[in-house]
Design a protein around this ligand. Structure first.
Ligand SMILES: [Zn+2]
Length: 394
């Protein structure tokens, strides 16, 4: 994981980062041409944004399709690949936040502050009056990533933030209230029925209303699943996963549960485990493969859900890449200014997008924010340097 020291160093290094030759990252199986796509079949109602962060080179993703068979076959082949996404090496935190705001965020020095620019969550919730239960962030990286949920912007902020959940629990205030009133189950063996009864008693009014509405609209089985889900998240039972990349795997799996139960309008997923590459190239590749499996399972679940299929868009992109050459530990750092570092690949699919297309032109990683905003019908009004990737539309 990036230490503060490293982030600052990255930040300083990035101070003059601008140049770099235009060596292209080859896409293996490059026969896939930018086809004229068939007419779009539907309209996006749900967006999943996977910040595949931690520093991931295109060489190990779209350049090595065997590492990411799910993303390539299930998503890229039915969507678009943009291998020329230019990014700024402003540290893991700043570069990842940049994708949520559409602005390059120089956060290297104040690593644990929230940003000044509204996030896509805030744009959506404020401009379209989307309720909080429809906007979620599954964050795997501890305290920094919690800051992706909302900004310090005076016209936006906490009232328009995303619900946050991580493998460590639920962080947002609304759910913290539930925790405070309900308490965590006293011990793992506590009977589910009594824990559920206490959960119902302690639940805050808004969520209770939601569940009551669900009870009216859904069958008893669905309502039971929602309650069980909340209980599992609170008691930490959802996922017991170990090994390299376990944190990311949990984060994606929790996100898949959120998708299934709440069917959010916008779901952010913030990963970080690939940064183990500093110390081990092999573990880094294992993280990529594991994340691909989990993202594949998430996408399968979307395709198997009639409420989500043909109405859900997905964007998968790292915040930056990594160095061209291995370090002395047979790992990969990030700071050499190479194209392996400063250009990453976006894989995306949406009902409105081209199918099986590779886009050759340069975009910026900050362009994913306005592009997702366009699909959701909102305007990123304080992101003047980013632009909608219009070329992706069929
Ligand atoms: Zn790092």
């Amino acid at each position: 994981m990036g230490s503060n020291r490293l982030s600052r160093r990255d930040f300083l290094r990035a101070g003059g980062a601008a140049a770099g030759a235009a060596a292209l990252v080859p896409i293996a199986g490059g026969a896939r041409a930018a086809l004229a796509a068939p007419a779009a079949s539907g309209k996006t109602e749900h967006v999943i944004f996977v910040a595949f962060a931690g520093g991931v080179r295109s060489r190990e993703t779209v350049g090595s399709p065997n590492n990411i068979p799910n993303i390539m076959k299930k998503i890229a082949d039915r969507g678009v690949v943009c291998p020329q996404m230019v990014t700024a090496n402003v540290g893991h935190y700043g570069a990842t936040l940049s994708m949520f705001t559409g602005n390059t965020e120089y956060m290297g020095i104040r690593e644990n502050e929230r940003g000044d620019h509204p996030t896509i969550f805030e744009y959506l919730r404020k401009q379209k009056e989307v309720p909080s239960r429809k906007v979620w962030l599954s964050a795997g990286g501890g305290t920094q990533q919690i800051n992706f949920s909302y900004s310090l912007h005076k016209n936006y902020g906490a009232n328009y933030g995303a619900n946050i959940i991580s493998s460590d629990g639920v962080f947002n205030a609304e759910f913290k209230d539930i925790l405070d009133q309900f308490g965590r189950p006293a011990m793992p063996g506590e009977e589910e029925s009594s824990a559920l009864a206490r959960l119902r008693d302690g639940m805050d009014a808004d969520l209770k209303k939601h569940l009551t509405a669900s009870a009216a609209a859904n069958d008893a089985e669905t309502t039971r699943r929602i309650e069980k889900f909340i209980l599992d998240e609170i008691s930490g039972n959802t996922t017991k996963i170990t090994g390299p990349g376990a944190g990311d795997a949990k984060t994606v799996r929790v996100a898949a549960n959120i998708m299934r139960v709440f069917k959010p309008t916008l779901l952010g997923i913030s990963l970080i485990a690939a940064d183990c590459a500093h110390g081990s190239f092999n573990n880094y590749v294992e993280v990529i493969r594991r994340n691909d499996e989990e993202i594949g399972a998430l996408w399968d679940a979307v395709q198997n859900d009639p409420d989500l299929k043909d109405k859900t868009a997905i964007f998968i992109i790292p915040e930056f890449g990594r160095d061209k050459d291995l370090n002395q530990r047979n790992g990969l750092d990030h700071g050499d200014g190479s194209d392996d570092l400063r250009k990453v690949a976006l894989v995306a699919a949406a009902p409105e997008f081209k199918k099986n297309a590779v886009m050759k032109q340069d975009f910026q990683t900050i362009d994913v924010c306005p592009t997702m905003c366009q699909l959701l019908g909102v305007k990123p009004e304080t992101a003047p340097k980013s632009k909608v990737m219009k070329e992706l539309w069929a």
